[in-house]
Design a protein around this ligand. Structure first.
Ligand SMILES: [Zn+2]
Ligand SMILES: [Zn+2]
Length: 392
């Protein structure tokens, strides 16, 4: 089958490169992916692949039915771009001011269309159904969850899910596919310390929220080191702080914005409780008050062992066994593919795009760029993961 997939990938490659360039030139931010969805649907129409669109605003679910019986597998791509001004100088650079495909989602979308065209030609050669999920908003508020809530994992019931991210920290033509912990879960929080403003020379008549904020920031540094098991990973970062107006005025309140990262729900609870407890303790210590708005965003991304094995087998057929990395420490970045792996067994793959690891390709940077030829690997990899799963 891999040989056939390779031949078909070659056939569709120019079309998929053109699609990637079109998407790249017209990047769209989360839940605005109208033109991207239109480009995808135009090709699906051309090849008579059935789909449903406008799921969770701009999402698409296409479906390719093979021979009767068999299982159902879902392949996923994300479609959104970032608020970054492109500085690559590429001939197909972004034409939209301040927006750029700086994470590779243009490639994910184009390659999944390519995999769809390949699989559509092979539909009399496999048993079962392949669903293609094109989701909005991976970067921000998350399009996977509302798409799942709209029922994409049912009718027919999806048995396994696979996805892939083009990945700067890896060399081209290598893939990292681990079993178990893969990427972190992420929560975000807004915290306000409420004090009592006054004269900078008379702190005893005030409740200083800046000192409360400073104490909080200092105290939470012990949560990961003292509350989590030493071998478990966790992060608490305060990314934003604002308070006060000038040197001789004590402010009324201080605002903090932060994120917590974890690899298990158990540790998520520990981080969340610690943040709340320390905020409460600090407010009590100074006689002030606090308001905490803690939001659970993405769960951790955990690869199922049997699904990871299938993904490894699929990519090994394209890249060679020696180019598959089986073990790696989890990345504390987050990915809303985790909502899919929470519902069904699945695996998420990192596919390398760097030419030199001394100078790796940096995601979310204004100079992020990668070679079109990686589309050839990705569309074959997507197609092979589905076929391997259905045949096993
Ligand atoms: Zn990204
Ligand atoms: Zn991304």
């Amino acid at each position: 089958m891999q040989e056939l997939v390779g031949i078909l990938a070659k056939k569709y490659y120019p079309k998929i490169v053109e699609l990637r360039h079109q998407i790249h030139m017209h990047p769209e931010l989360e839940f605005e992916e109208e033109n991207t969805a239109h480009l995808v649907c135009k090709i699906l129409d051309e090849y008579k692949i059935s789909y449903e669109r406008n799921i969770a605003k701009t999402g698409i679910l296409a479906s390719i039915k093979g021979k009767d019986g068999g299982k159902c597998v879902l392949l996923r791509a994300d479609m959104d771009a970032l608020a970054v001004q492109e500085k690559t100088g590429l001939s197909y650079a972004s034409k939209i001011e301040g927006k750029m495909h700086a994470c590779g989602h243009d490639g994910h979308t184009a390659a999944l269309v390519g995999a769809g065209l390949i699989l559509n030609e092979l539909k009399d050669k496999f048993k079962g159904t392949i669903k293609l999920m094109f989701q909005p908003a991976e970067e921000g508020s998350g399009g996977a969850k509302p798409m799942i809530e709209s029922g994409i994992l049912e009718n027919p019931k999806v048995d396994a899910v696979f996805g892939c991210h083009l990945w700067g920290p890896l060399l081209e033509n290598t893939a990292q596919i681990v079993s178990g912990e893969m990427m972190a879960g992420v929560d975000v929080f807004d915290l306000e310390f409420i004090g009592k403003g006054g004269h900078g020379a008379h702190p005893h008549t005030t409740i200083d929220p800046i000192v409360m904020a400073a104490k909080f920031i200092s105290d939470i540094q012990c949560v990961v080191s003292r509350r989590l098991k030493p071998v478990d990973a966790g992060v608490i970062t305060i990314g934003k702080i604002s308070a006060g107006t000038t040197f001789n005025v004590i402010a009324d309140s201080a605002f903090l914005k932060g994120t917590a990262r974890f690899l298990s729900e158990e540790n998520q609870k520990i981080l969340q409780n610690s943040i709340e407890n320390i905020a409460k303790a600090v407010a009590f210590e100074f006689g002030g008050d606090f308001k905490l708005d803690y939001k659970r965003e993405y769960p951790p991304l955990i690869n199922d062992e049997s699904a990871a094995k299938i993904a490894r087998k699929a990519f090994a057929k394209i890249l060679g066994e020696e180019n598959i990395i089986h073990t790696a420490k989890p990345d504390m970045g987050a990915e809303d593919f985790s909502f899919l792996t929470r519902e069904r067994k699945g695996a998420y793959v990192f596919l390398g795009i760097s030419k030199d690891l001394k100078n790796p390709t940096l995601h979310h940077s204004s100079t992020f760029c990668w070679d079109d030829k990686n589309l050839n690997v990705l569309m074959q990899g997507d197609a092979m993961m589905a076929l391997e799963f259905l045949q096993n």
